[in-house]
Structure formats: C-alpha cells, structure tokens
Design a protein around this ligand. Sequence first.
Ligand SMILES: Cc1cc2nc3c(=O)[nH]c(=O)nc-3n(C[C@H](O)[C@H](O)[C@H](O)COP(=O)(O)OP(=O)(O)OC[C@H]3O[C@@H](n4cnc5c(N)ncnc54)[C@H](O)[C@@H]3O)c2cc1C
Length: 375
Amino acid sequence: MLDVLIVGGGPVGLFLGCLLSARGLSVQILERRAEAGAHSRAIGIHPPALEAFEVLGIASPLLAAGVPITSGLVRGERGAVLGELDFSSVSARFPFILSLPQQRTEQILEAELERLAPGTLRRQAEVKTVQEEGSHVTVRYEQHGQPHTAQARYVVGADGCRSLTRQLAGIPYPGATYADKYLMGDFPDTTVFGQAAVIGLHAGGVLESFPLPGGLRRWVARTDSLLTDAVAADLTALVHSRGGYYLPHRECSMLSAFEVRHHLTAQMVRGRLILIGDAAHEVSPIGGQGMNLGWLDAAALADLLGGGAGQSALADFGRRRRRSALIATRQAEANMFFGRPARGAAQQRRERLVGTLLRSGAQPLLAKAFTMRWL
Ligand SMILES: Cc1cc2nc3c(=O)[nH]c(=O)nc-3n(C[C@H](O)[C@H](O)[C@H](O)COP(=O)(O)OP(=O)(O)OC[C@H]3O[C@@H](n4cnc5c(N)ncnc54)[C@H](O)[C@@H]3O)c2cc1C
C-alpha cells in the first residue's frame, strides 16, 4: 500500500513526487511517455516556484540551466517605450522570472526526483482504471504491455488537461477556446534586449519576445487565425512588419502555432482522489502561469498529505487552489485583451493607458501580478 500514487510525470507530477518523497512518504509516479515531452511549451519559472524548489534543494540545477528575465519592456506601435515592468522588488531571493524550456525543466526535475527517491518514476506505465474502495484507491495500469495493479491511500491526477483520472471520476471540466491564436518560434537572439522580455502592443496584434538559454530568443505573435501550415519565414515576416526586427528564418529551431483555452474543474478533491495542474485547470499561456499554478497546487497539497490532513482540510485546499486558478485565468484574459489588434484612436488610447499604468504607483503591483506573488 503506497501513501500516494501520482498519475502523470509531467512537471507538476514530478515536483509533487519530489515534495512527498522528501517528506518520507511512499510514492509512485506512473507516466505513459518514455521520456520528457519534446514540445517546448512553458518557459517561465516564477519566483514562488523557485522559492518552493529552493526549500527542497532542487533550485540550483534549474538556475544553472536557465536565463533570468529581469524586466519586461512594453513598447507601442512605433517602437516607443511605454514603460517597464521591473522585477527587482518581487522577491528577495529570486528577483526575476527564470526562462527555461519545459522539456529541460522536466529533465532536471526527473533527475532530482531520482536523486531524492530512486525508482519513484515509472515510465511507459499507462493508467487504465482508477477505483476508490473505501480506505484506499486501486489503480490498474499497463507497463511494457503487461497489466499491473497498485493500491494507495490517495491518488493524485496530474495527468494533464485530458486527464483520464478526472474523466473516470466523472468530474466536469467546463471551459472554452478563446478566439485568440498565436504563432511562436525560437531564433538566435539578434536583439539588444539581453535579459529583458519585450511586449510590443502593435496595431496588428501583440508581438512578444523572451530570452532563452543558449543565446536564443522566443518570439510569439498574435495571429487572426491558427496558422498550422506556417513556416519560419511567416513568423519572421510578422516580426519584421510589426516590430521592425530582422530574424534569420533559416536558423529557426522551433516553430509552433497554438490556440488557447480555459478550463476549471468543478472539484479538485473527491474522496481519496485529488486533481492538480492542468488536470484541474487550464489557463491561457499568455502570461505564462499554467505550469507554475500546478507547482503551487503541489506545494500546498504536499503540506497536507505529508501532515496527514483530513477531508475538510483537503476540501479547503481545493477551494483555495480553484480560486487561484480563477485569478490566473482572469489575469491571462487581461493580457490577451491588451494584445488584441487595435487601430487608430483605439491604439492610441491603449498606449496612453498602459503608459500611465506603468509609470504610476501601480507598477510594482503589476510586477507582482506578473510574477504570481498572490497565487
Ligand atoms: C505554448 C505554451 C506555452 C506555455 N508557456 C507557459 C509558461 O511560460 N509558464 C507556465 O507556467 N505555463 C506555460 N504553459 C502551460 C504548461 O505547459 C502546462 O500548464 C503544464 O505542462 C502542465 O503541467 P502538468 O504536469 O499539469 O500536465 P502535463 O504537462 O500535460 O503532463 C501530464 C503528464 O501526464 C501523462 N499522462 C496522461 N495520461 C496518463 C495516463 N493515463 N497514464 C500515465 N500518464 C499519463 C502525460 O504523458 C504527461 O506527461 C504553456 C503552454 C503552452 C501550450
């Protein structure tokens, strides 16, 4: 009988595995993939997550691999600087957002888990059924074509937005797809922006760029439709027409068109079954909070499971974390709103409003909101 079985070894399941193992609980993570996901999705690791990693002693390898983003420069249609989000006051230890591609983050978390509790992660292990049976939960899974059974006091579904755990429990996951679409790609960094992120509020739609490790920069442009057939030259043309920057399209190392959704589960805790991460909430990545939100779920849950909390504490955990997910959802919606196309007078009004906000006493509060200080 395990203390906790975690379905899904993505970034959230891996971090929960580290937290619970460090508290001395017996934990197993079942992950169907053979290795960390190849898609570069999240790049932003926020100060609250770095603080939680540091407590466990696993922040150093992430800090060594990533690049700190120390500020966000906001520019208008003609390149004029409207203001700056300065992250220097958001955290005494980590006054920045760490930029690191998700695949690398997952690899480092997996190595740290293996160091803390060897054998906790089982790969190529696909969960098929999850059944609560009074004092425990029984999970059936297949590994290398062989059927297996495991039992645990609690099962945590950290199995992403299509969570089988959630579906088997019949827990609704209401939400929708936004109209906003984006095209993103990674290129050698040919700009002078260094460790600053740049958010360009252009008449045709937002153009954002972020430093990446290895001398690269990620570019994200809002598009009117989902450009699934786009090639690198389509993105470099957009970047040039909006921001005036030339990118070497032949040196594009990643290109992806994506659409954005929001979902929030009706319940994060049902009996001995708990949902965290994208299994519980999907937030638009514009603002870069989804993975971090899941890590904060994991940190809050580990305190409860490690301390033998009862059902009412778990129910309270579910309510608090759903509220945080709702705030993150609204914040991402505000980011998307400001990045929509706006022409003529509407564009001028937007630039005036954003410029005024960033030069006012609200700037430190905005920097806190962007770095998830209250989630
Ligand atoms: C373009 C893009 C950019 C983003 N940028 C950011 C960002 O900058 N910052 C940020 O915080 N977030 C960002 N996000 C969101 C982030 O990628 C997700 O929130 C994060 O991956 C969620 O992690 P998770 O572990 O909950 O789920 P997932 O990453 O989906 O992992 C779930 C795991 O469960 C496994 N699994 C599923 N079903 C089973 C089963 N039956 N048995 C065994 N294993 C199973 C899967 O194989 C997978 O490994 C971005 C997302 C996108 C699309």
